[in-house]
Design a protein around this ligand. Structure first.
Ligand code: GLU
Length: 272
């Protein structure tokens, strides 16, 4: 049985890109789950969750209840963190964005990853004592994964994208943040813990998240979680060839509906 999921963040209204992702996930599996990725407390709004439910039902989708909300899963993320910490794979990072930028400028060049310049590893060099002292002094810190050490532990990994095996390049993102300064988890950690918990066997999502699969496979292997298959789909582009984004005020499904569009019109516009 193939289990798929749609995992929106309730930080805005759904648009055509979301409709494409949700319908694709719905039609790719036998069992379809909805997961609300609301760990970002500052940006998530309950009102958007209700509107997401409404839009998806309007599109004709149904999912297994209860709908999981990541904000209720902090205990599970904490458990995963304890596991990584116990193996010495995580270190505290006290750097501010400005300090990271200054360090990169000082070095004259930076390695670039899918999300921009890689973290230069400043705090990896801190001694355990120094780290503990700064924590005790109340300095705020994030936790980062020592990716080189983690990759040495797992050995070479692969992931399956539409039936083809690809080599995982775990160093592509550098030492990722695994727990943020303001949140005891991160996107990557929460996604792998929840996909395993919900027994998602096929992850369908936009190709903008293909690169994330490299680091997510590493986390799955470290945490001994089952490996789902992946199928990344093309992004829906607007008339200027740009991807739909909440930030750019992309036309929402709600406003298209209010203007008279039917679910069939939505499918026609995104070619599904
Ligand atoms: N919550 C993520 C987003 O809204 C999707 C996460 C995923 O599919 O892995 O972009």
């Amino acid at each position: 049985m193939i289990v798929t999921r749609f995992a929106p963040s309730p930080t805005g209204l759904l648009h055509l890109g979301h409709a494409y992702a949700a319908i694709t996930a719905y039609e790719s599996g036998d069992d379809f789950l909805l997961r609300i990725e609301d760990i970002d407390k500052g940006r998530s709004r309950d009102a958007f969750i209700l509107r997401i439910f409404y839009d998806l039902k309007w599109l004709g989708l149904s999912w297994d209840e209860p709908t999981m909300r990541q904000s209720t899963r902090m205990g599970a993320y904490a458990e995963a963190l304890v596991n990584l910490k116990a193996r010495g794979l995580v270190y505290p990072c006290f750097c501010t964005r400005a300090e990271i930028a200054a360090e990169i400028a000082r070095a004259g060049e930076a390695q670039h990853g899918p999300d921009g310049p890689l973290y230069p590893g400043t705090c990896r060099a801190l001694s355990r004592e120094e780290g503990l002292a700064r924590m005790a002094a109340g300095e705020s810190y994030a936790l980062r994964l020592d990716v080189a050490q983690a990759a040495a532990l797992t050995g070479p990994l692969t992931f399956t994208e539409r039936g083809l095996r690809h080599a995982v390049e775990p160093l592509r993102f550098g030492d990722i943040v695994i727990a943020r300064k303001d949140m005891p988890t991160s996107y990557h950690l929460a996604v792998v813990v929840d996909d395993a918990h919900q027994q998602v066997s096929l992850v369908t999502r936009g190709e903008d998240l293909l690169a994330a699969t490299h680091i997510q496979r590493l986390l799955q292997a470290l945490l001994k979680l089952p490996e789902p298959a992946y199928a990344h789909h093309p992004l829906v582009l607007d008339e200027n060839g740009k991807k739909f984004s909440k930030r750019d005020g992309a036309v929402s499904l709600e406003s298209l509906r209010d203007a008279g569009a039917t679910p069939a019109d939505i499918r026609a516009r995104i070619g599904l």
